[in-house]
Design a protein around this ligand. Structure first.
Ligand code: GLU
Length: 412
């Protein structure tokens, strides 16, 4: 298995060359500013005490309080959290929101835990990091296998500790606790906006375009829904148990209903079973990896037939695969821009919490579209001007902003 943090560092080095950064600045950028590593011990339903390793990594706060989600995953490692916290830093910079980057994680299997155990885990996690987070310090959010309920428990625990309300400490909350309209769908909707822009560059008609989506969690579901609404045809979908395929199109609503009832997509009528690997190599116009990191590697990059890859997941493409895709003229929408819709609406949520002024969904969708479209066009212009791939262009824009802030603070 590739180490995502080494990949994240390679991406920084590649960009540093373009930006002609000095060694001291590069060394600063290549490591997190603060790492918290701790035990999260909880009582399980059977009365046993179990301990899970937990992390919160605050990568860089030159541009503002750090921001980023919390994952509950059995395969979590400190290096995945390090990589994800770096990617959050660049994501907030390219999205032009005033945050640094962070990420958190607990090594656990939430699918084998009860709601009560998950609540205990969420509360205990917050106890461990409470002094290091806050609306002006570090602001967590949902990520893989966490959701608005997880955020509600975490908010409640934090407020018990600080003894006052502080909705701006965490985003992705339920609406009733100060969440934002449009936040649940924001990441997937943002992926669809990016795809809409990419089809204009590639001169592909979005109406009727064939889409394959790997991953059917929050991001995969809302990407599929938004693209279907824009007239595209979803021909393949998958979850951790495998994929389904129908070249004539799959109804997203039916897929959601079926998965809710049966626990997986497998067996949906009028679809053929395919593996997650086969899905990536399907004949389609647009491929959306919306699951985990390291899916497109040097082993399969040459077999990809899609003209556009929209990285809804964080880190789905390795640096070696990137070079192959660039050579093959595949238009990659890099993760730090492609899935930035989530953190952009998290920012809107934080602004609403701080001002106490709440917005309608229409206004949020519009502002999100405006922000993403602007960043997308800056990336395309930079890629052309610097004669680099889209990811390097996005990194040039993002890392320059972080370095400028570091310089102004006198850090480098
Ligand atoms: N976890 C999401 C991401 O990777 C959202 C982070 C946030 O809203 O802070 O971008």
């Amino acid at each position: 298995m590739e180490n995502p943090f080494l990949n994240a560092q390679k991406q920084i080095e590649k960009t540093a060359l373009k930006l002609k950064l000095d060694k001291k600045t590069i060394d600063f950028l290549k490591k997190p500013m603060r790492e918290l590593k701790f035990d999260v011990s909880i009582k399980m339903d059977n009365g046993d005490i179990k301990t899970f390793p937990g992390f919160r990594i605050q990568y860089n706060w030159a541009r503002g309080p750090t921001k980023g989600g919390i994952r509950f995953h059995p395969k979590e490692t400190i290096d995945t959290v390090r990589a994800l916290s770096a990617w959050m830093t660049w994501k907030c910079a390219i999205a032009d929101i005033p945050f640094g980057g962070a990420k958190g994680g607990i090594i656990c299997n939430p699918k084998e835990m009860s709601q009560k155990e998950l609540e205990n885990l969420s509360r205990e996690y917050i106890k461990q990091i409470a002094e290091f987070i806050g609306p002006n310090k570090d602001i967590p959010a949902p990520d893989v296998y966490t959701n608005s309920q997880t955020m509600a428990w975490m908010l409640d625990e934090y407020e018990k500790i600080v003894k006052h309300h502080a909705p701006g400490v965490i985003t992705g909350k339920p609406l009733e606790l100060g969440g934002s309209k449009g936040r649940t769908k924001a990441t997937g909707f943002g992926v669809a906006i990016n795809i809409r822009e990419a089809t204009k560059v590639m001169e592909i008609e979005l109406r009727g375009a064939k889409i394959a989506i790997q991953g059917f969690g929050n991001v995969g579901v809302y990407t599929a829904k938004s693209l279907e609404k824009m007239g595209a045809k979803i021909i393949a979908l998958s979850d951790s148990k495998g994929g389904i395929y129908n070249p004539n199109g799959i109804s997203v609503e039916q897929a959601i209903e079926y998965k809710q009832k049966n626990g997986s997509l497998k067996g949906l009528k009028d679809t053929k079973e395919i593996s997650n690997e086969e899905l990536l190599e399907l004949e389609c116009d647009i491929l959306v990896p919306a699951a985990l990191e390291n899916q497109i590697t040097k082993e399969n990059a040459n077999k990809i037939k899609a003209k556009i890859i929209a990285e809804a997941a964080n880190g789905p493409t390795t640096p070696e695969a990137d070079e192959i895709l660039h050579k093959n003229n595949v238009f990659v929408i890099p993760d730090i821009l492609c899935n930035a819709g989530g953190v952009i609406v998290s920012y809107f949520e934080w602004v609403q919490n701080i001002t106490g002024n709440y917005w309608e969904e229409e206004k949020i969708d519009e502002k999100l579209d405006e922000k993403l479209t602007k960043s997308f066009s800056q990336m395309v212009v930079t890629a052309e001007k610097e004669n680099v791939d889209n990811r390097t262009a996005a990194y040039i824009l993002a890392i320059k902003k972080v370095v400028d802030a570091m310089k102004l603070r006198g850090w480098v």
